[in-house]
Ligand binder design. Structure first.
Ligand code: FE
Length: 198
């Protein structure tokens, strides 16, 4: 029997998520819960609140064991997280996650003062991630349907590092996540079962 996706994710927050968020004064779980709370306070639509909540699951290396997150560029954590989430959620959740590192590189290129406000850890990873975008990369980023959503997510990501914050716990978001789970595609195992009696 397939595990309940919401429980799989809940276990992440309770397990690996309790670890330090490297170089930041909060745990990974607290960081993502803070990002979700900021998204909700901003009136973000449910898929974007979910994206904020889940944006760093790519850092949970024990889950995404097939991806060597520590080798190569840190862009892998956004792509690995988005790919993992795509087994359950649609583009409005997965693509802002995929683009949240690109959004940082974009903002460093276009917004005076953005770089100066980054945390020391985020400045460090910027170099690994490819640095500020060049003109061609910016045009490619801007053309993505989820670029605006990714930029909003990036603001919450940057702000979600407050050691004194006490955001709602993971359980608070379960109904929202459950409402966003994709239905089985037509022709899938579940769908065939529904029609087999005819
Ligand atoms: Fe983050």
């Amino acid at each position: 029997m397939t595990a309940d996706p919401i429980q799989v994710i809940a276990d992440l927050f309770a397990g690996d998520g309790a670890r330090d968020y490297l170089g930041e004064p909060v745990t990974q779980a607290s960081h993502m819960l803070q990002a979700a709370a900021l998204a909700q306070a901003s009136g973000a639509p449910p898929p974007l609140v979910a994206a904020a909540l889940l944006h760093d699951v790519g850092h949970f290396t024990s889950v995404i064991s097939g991806h060597d997150l520590m080798r190569g560029t840190d862009n892998r954590h956004s792509a690995a997280g988005a790919d993992w989430l795509a087994q359950w959620f649609g583009d409005e959740v997965t693509e802002p996650v995929r683009l949240h590192v690109a959004a940082k590189r974009y903002l460093c290129a276009v917004e005076p003062g953005y770089f100066a406000a980054l945390s020391p850890a985020s400045v460090y990873t910027l170099g690994v991630q490819g640095g500020p975008m060049d003109v061609a990369e910016r045009a490619e980023f801007e053309a993505h349907p989820q670029a605006a959503a990714a930029l909003r997510l990036r603001r919450w990501d940057d702000a979600a590092k407050d050691p004194a914050a006490s955001p709602p716990a993971f359980g608070y978001h379960k109904p929202l996540l459950r409402s966003l789970l994709r239905r089985p595609a037509p022709g899938s195992f579940h769908d065939r079962g529904r029609f087999s009696a005819q």
